[in-house]
Design a protein around this ligand. Structure first.
Ligand SMILES: NC(=O)c1ccc[n+]([C@@H]2O[C@H](COP(=O)([O-])OP(=O)(O)OC[C@H]3O[C@@H](n4cnc5c(N)ncnc54)[C@H](OP(=O)(O)O)[C@@H]3O)[C@@H](O)[C@H]2O)c1
Length: 172
């Protein structure tokens, strides 16, 4: 028996890198996948790789920093699969440089993807999971939450914040 058979799993940033790797691993364990990020063509590449293996996949192009689009992502998931068992907040953004040279725009963009998006997605997931009687939310952190690299103020700040979000959300 596969460990995640029939588990509906939303993965943000599932068209590249770690998110795509997570999609492959969850597919192997029998999960049905909802792939979300901004670039449809990347998500479709992930779908094209995994669907022939018999995996049920829904692609929902989503900017996870946008509240309306996040609501649409969860509504589309419920519409297709009827539940949300696992949410993986993987989408991430890096920007950095010496603190005195950082623009407010760069700072805000990193905060939006690395902190606001996990909040928005977790809030939608929590509402559904409470109704269902359970679920799992997995936030992809970073070693930067323990050991900052030089010139990484926005990224390091958000990964520390994500640890806080994870711990506080776990309390309900
Ligand atoms: N690579 C590492 O060494 C490393 C180490 C520790 C932690 N991490 C963490 O792992 C996660 C994945 O990183 P990665 O290395 O795989 O990087 P990546 O390949 O650049 O992936 C980032 C993903 O986030 C998505 N994304 C960015 N902004 C988005 C938005 N506004 N809405 C929806 N999706 C958005 C991108 O898709 P679109 O462009 O299509 O939107 C992309 O698929 C991140 O949280 C990162 O902090 C990475």
């Amino acid at each position: 028996m596969k460990q995640l058979a029939g588990k509906t799993t939303i993965i943000t940033g599932a068209g590249t890198g770690i998110g795509k790797g997570i999609a492959r691993a969850f597919a192997r364990e029998g999960a049905q996948l909802v792939l979300a990020s901004r670039k449809t063509e990347r998500l479709e590449e992930t779908r094209a790789e995994l669907e022939p293996q018999g995996v049920k996949i829904l692609v929902v192009p989503t900017d996870v920093t946008d509240e309306t689009q996040v609501r649409r992502l969860f509504a589309a998931t419920l519409n297709t699969f009827g539940r949300v068992d696992i949410l993986i907040n993987n989408a991430g953004r890096f920007d950095g440089g010496p603190l005195d040279e950082l623009s407010l725009e760069a700072w805000q963009k990193v905060l939006a993807v690395n902190l606001t998006a996990p909040f928005l997605c977790s809030r939608e997931a929590m509402r559904i999971m409470k109704r269902q009687g359970g679920g799992r939310i997995i936030n992809i952190g970073s070693i930067s939450a323990q050991m900052p690299r030089m010139h990484s103020v926005p990224y390091t700040t958000t990964k520390h914040g994500l640890t806080g979000l994870t711990k506080a959300a776990a309390l309900g």
